[in-house]
Design a protein around this ligand. Structure first.
Ligand SMILES: [Mg+2]
Length: 499
């Protein structure tokens, strides 16, 4: 661990909700919930005004509606969020070559590697400037944590939220960490947290007091060692630039081709176990399981499966690897096998949800997958999704506030206008058409952003199966377009007085 707080963690504040509020003046200062709007939808992000009512990410949408009935409920606009994310990541890359994005709105930056900071004062200054730049370029706020290691930088940004900066002075790490709940540490998900609680361990100090042997006994060697070190604020994990951070994988090449299918299966199980040990040793979890098979003729296949949520459970990874192997013919013999996990995270459910939804939203063919056809025939050509932008021939730019019963309600406003008026149209009004989101900031004083993201994950075939999110989005559309069966109210998005 270094002796200067030059590792920076940036986390945008309630990113999706804040982007929607910036985009829609009438929602500023109000409770906004972004997520799947159907009966099985879940919350992706809640604005701070909505959090006051106890709404939080990953909560079932029905529950959120009970807690905050007057909030505005919107479906996510991932292409819009991604364009903002590219601006933010561009600013981070201007600080250092070592930028490790964890999601659309969150990243570690090694300021020292970019010579952007070398001690507490210069680090604080870099953090302040970064927050100013993000505000100027995107119009949005992000919180910054600065510390001598990744774990503490992330804890610091959490404490800085919203719209703040926290720097943890070297030497104060353990005192700060001790009283915090065990779930604060990377690698402690719900399951590990429960496990520790049953052993009477609820704070980081109690992990340190339990001792390394006890932790290894409770959690296994790799995980126990790693967690004990974290509890003592020992975290040497480097900030790893995007491409390298994409996966943890292990592979073996065999001197003699393996022909026996049972032996191939056993090898895959063994590799899956090894891969999980490395994953846990790094305090990570991941969503996508990848199997690599090189056959006797040097043809190489990769198969992948994406889970609903991140895992570091050896059983889950083994099962997924076995399923993937089922689809591969190995009769000619195998000379190399590998198992990897990608889509890594430090257990940030909100952002993982976002990524899953993003993948689904990206593939138009995926959007309606799995959703049973409704009883009511739904005209597919005119779907007005709540929150999405539209343009009216005479009234200009606006966004869909709700639709149903053959009507669509539009609020006419832009990021730089006053809160606008609402008008209702027939869904087939010829003057109304879908529109692209308008930029949140009209001029870009810094000209940054738009730096191309790293190479996409190379060979892995992608088979996204985030059903929960897919259903949420599909159901949201059903609700909007198919609500003709329900009585009266045509507005899907509701407004009330903000708290
Ligand atoms: Mg965030």
């Amino acid at each position: 661990m270094r002796n200067a707080p030059t590792i920076l963690h940036l986390d945008m504040d309630a990113f999706f909700a804040q982007a929607e509020q910036a985009s829609k003046p009438s929602l500023r200062g109000k409770a906004v919930v972004v997520g799947g709007l159907g009966p099985r939808g879940v919350v992706a992000t809640a604005s701070y005004e909505a959090r006051v009512f106890g709404v939080h990410s990953a909560m079932p949408m029905a529950q959120a509606r009970r807690r905050a009935p007057h909030a505005a409920y919107l479906v996510p606009r991932f292409a819009f969020y991604r364009s903002i994310s590219e601006q933010v990541m561009g600013l981070l890359r201007a600080l250092s070559p070592l930028v490790e994005p964890l999601s659309l709105d969150e990243a570690f930056v090694d300021l020292d590697a970019g010579r952007a900071a070398w001690d507490s004062d210069s680090a604080r200054l870099a953090g302040i400037r970064l927050r100013d730049d993000i505000r100027a370029v995107t119009g949005l706020t992000g919180s910054v944590g600065l510390a001598s290691c990744k774990m503490l930088a992330k804890i610091a940004s959490e404490q800085a939220k919203p719209d703040g900066l926290v720097l943890i002075e070297p030497g104060t790490e353990r005192a700060l960490l001790g009283p915090l709940p065990v779930r604060t540490l990377p690698g402690v998900g719900p399951a590990t947290g429960d496990h520790l609680r049953r052993a009477g361990i609820t704070t980081v100090d109690e992990i340190a007091e339990a001792g390394e042997d006890e932790l290894v006994r409770l959690l296994g060697k790799a995980h126990g060692h790693a967690l004990y070190a974290m509890a003592l604020a020992r975290d040497d994990r480097p900030v790893v630039a995007e491409r390298e951070a994409k996966s943890v994988s292990v592979e073996d090449t065999y001197d003699v081709d393996i022909h026996d299918r049972v032996r191939v299966e056993l090898e895959v199980q063994r590799l899956a176990g090894r891969c999980v040990r490395r994953l846990r040793g790094s305090g990570l979890s991941g969503r996508t399981i990848v199997l690599k098979v090189r056959r006797y003729d040097f043809s190489t296949l990769t198969r992948s499966e994406t889970l609903r949520g991140p895992t570091d459970d050896p059983g889950v990874v083994r099962e997924a690897a076995a399923r993937l192997l089922d689809s591969v013919d190995t009769t000619g013999g195998v000379r190399l096998l590998g198992v990897g996990v990608s889509g890594l995270a430090d257990f940030t459910q909100e952002d993982l949800f976002a990524q899953a939804a993003e993948e689904l939203a990206d593939g138009p063919e995926e959007e309606h997958a799995e959703e049973p056809a409704g009883d009511v025939p739904v005209p597919v050509e005119r779907q007005w999704r709540p929150g999405h932008d539209v343009r009216h021939a005479e009234l200009g730019h606006g966004w869909v506030q709700g639709s149903g019963l053959g009507r669509v309600t539009v609020r006419f406003e832009t990021p730089e206008s006053e809160p606008g008026r609402v008008r209702t149209f027939r869904t087939d009004d010829p003057g109304l058409e879908p529109a692209e989101p308008l930029p949140l900031v009209s001029s870009k004083p810094h000209g940054a952003g738009g730096a191309p993201a790293g190479e996409p994950a190379a060979e892995a075939s992608r088979e996204v199966s985030g059903e929960a999110v897919g259903e949420a989005i599909g159901a949201a559309e059903d609700e909007v377009s198919g609500s003709s069966g329900r009585g009266g109210d045509i507005s899907v998005v509701e407004f009330g007085n903000s708290p």
